[in-house]
Design a protein around this ligand. Structure first.
Ligand SMILES: Nc1ncnc2c1ncn2[C@@H]1O[C@H](COP(=O)(O)OP(=O)(O)OP(=O)(O)O)[C@@H](O)[C@H]1O
Ligand SMILES: [Mg+2]
Length: 178
């Protein structure tokens, strides 16, 4: 339902960086949502087309999408390169996949949702906390800044943190992304 609520509101509000609902088909036991199709997800872009000069534009658009979502009163909780889609010509980018989104007003203790490597420290696992998305944004920026050979899919939280720390110690973060 959150996928429907968020994408419908994104269409009404003409959000620039959130995928907008084009049509919804509802039957007694199914709901199908129709969206505009983009060329690829960000993971595919990083694997096949990574252009260091375009990364800052990409992240400005992702951060704006997250801002639009938070202003709507939702936290994404599963931000990762697979959940960002883009087209290259003309350049357009939207955040997708709001299945795990939760309202910011929910402030229970929280449980593990989302994807390993992209969720925050345990003490910040409050359901409606925006820390989920801020942490994931930082993880995505680091991931995009890494050399393709180093490009990683993290298996554990600790694995991510160690890789990120080593990368920052060795390289710093590139100026454009800063
Ligand atoms: N509008 C779109 N344009 C282009 N590709 C898309 C679009 N929506 C989804 N995709 C592709 O399909 C993949 C899966 O989409 P999505 O994240 O919505 O589903 P999911 O992750 O399988 O869902 P769930 O979170 O329910 O498991 C994306 O990573 C992306 O590659
Ligand atoms: Mg997804």
């Amino acid at each position: 339902m959150n996928e429907y609520i968020v994408t419908k509101k994104a269409a009404e509000d003409k959000c620039k960086n959130l995928v907008s609902l084009v049509a919804a088909y509802i039957s007694h036991d199914h709901i199908a949502l129709k969206f505009k199709r983009y060329d690829m997800n960000l993971r595919e872009y990083l694997d096949d087309y990574r252009d260091p000069l375009q990364l800052s534009e990409i992240f400005v658009n992702i951060i704006n999408g997250v801002k639009e979502l938070h202003e709507m009163g939702f936290i994404h909780r599963d931000l990762k390169p697979d959940n960002v889609v883009l087209s290259r010509d003309p350049f357009q980018l939207v955040v997708i996949d709001f299945n795990r989104a939760t309202a910011t007003c929910i402030m229970t203790k929280g449980s593990v949702r989302g994807t390993e490597g992209y969720f925050p420290f345990r003490e910040e696992w409050r359901n409606g906390s925006d820390k989920w998305d801020i942490w994931a944004l930082a993880a995505m920026i680091l991931e995009a800044d890494m050399d393709k050979r180093e490009y990683y899919r993290c298996k554990t939280e600790l694995d991510t943190k160690n890789k990120a720390r080593k990368h920052i110690e060795r390289e710093g973060v590139c100026k454009r992304l800063k």
